[in-house]
Design a protein around this ligand. Structure first.
Ligand SMILES: Nc1ncnc2c1ncn2[C@@H]1O[C@H](COP(=O)(O)OP(=O)(O)OP(=O)(O)O)[C@@H](O)[C@H]1O
Length: 236
């Protein structure tokens, strides 16, 4: 649905003090959903933080629909259309499901609380439960719903399948595919190769803060040597 790339990152460098964590990252993201794959500590969360406005310092350019994001707060970036599903879900222990959803729900837009409950009947059943009474899968559905209720143009997900049972991983994959097919741009950071390649169309591999490969998900799925080289994984 997007004729121009929605997200354009050019020459992005990120440091924590003297530690240079992201090196000259350049990538564009349009209608084709993209996964960023990499082992622990390769810079995936740092890249998400740079996009959503939580990185402490960086040089380079990040543009959303032509608007430079440098210097804008996370709240401003959310208003411009970036929805974020953080690693570890960050659900409030003492808020109910319904309270989490009501806080972010807006008038207008495709995603409403009613649609969330239709999509995730389990959340409707558990709507009066507090965050710390939810299973890991329920918390992840809630974290994704919270981001979708912003009706973002770009959905950034940081390891959304981490720690989930296989059946719930399949649900997350199906949902990511659905929102992407409906026109939402998707950037999904993952360590779970199989889930990521099932969910999206393109893949980039991050090693030591550099993008070392960028290809179609299908090409990576059929290249076990590359998986092993960069991700230390082999197809089962
Ligand atoms: N706040 C910080 N201060 C200093 N160094 C940091 C900070 N956050 C991350 N790092 C370092 O930056 C590098 C990249 O970390 P990052 O969390 O982005 O990687 P990741 O690929 O998301 O890893 P994981 O899969 O474990 O979440 C690591 O070496 C990490 O130790």
């Amino acid at each position: 649905m997007h004729s121009e790339p929605l997200l354009q990152i050019a020459g992005l460098n990120l440091r924590y003090g003297s530690s240079h964590v992201l090196h000259d990252i350049s990538l564009t993201l349009g209608a084709r959903p993209l996964t960023i794959l990499g082992r622990n500590g390769m810079g995936k969360t740092s890249l998400c933080n740079a996009i959503i406005g939580l990185a402490p310092h960086f040089s380079g350019s990040i543009r959303l629909a032509g608007t430079e994001l440098t210097g804008l707060t996370p709240e401003h970036r959310a208003r411009l259309g970036i929805g974020y599903v953080p690693q570890g879900r960050r659900i409030f222990r003492s808020l109910s499901v319904e309270e989490h959803l009501t806080i972010v729900a807006q008038k207008g837009g495709d995603w409403t609380i009613e649609r969330v409950y239709e999509t995730f009947p389990r959340l409707k059943e558990r709507r009066r439960n507090l965050g710390d009474r939810l299973s890991g899968g329920e918390q992840q559905m809630l974290a994704i719903s919270r981001a979708l209720l912003l009706n973002p143009r770009l959905l950034v997900l940081d390891e959304p399948t981490e720690g989930l049972a296989p059946a719930i991983v399949s649900d997350v994959v199906a949902l990511v595919r659905e929102v992407s097919q409906q026109g939402m741009a998707v950037l999904m950071v993952e360590q779970n190769l199989h889930a990521a390649l099932a969910a999206v169309e393109d893949a980039a591999i991050l090693v030591g803060g550099e993008i070392v490969e960028h290809m179609s998900a299908q090409a990576l799925a059929t290249d076990p040597a590359m998986q092993k080289r960069h991700l230390a994984l082999e197809l089962a």
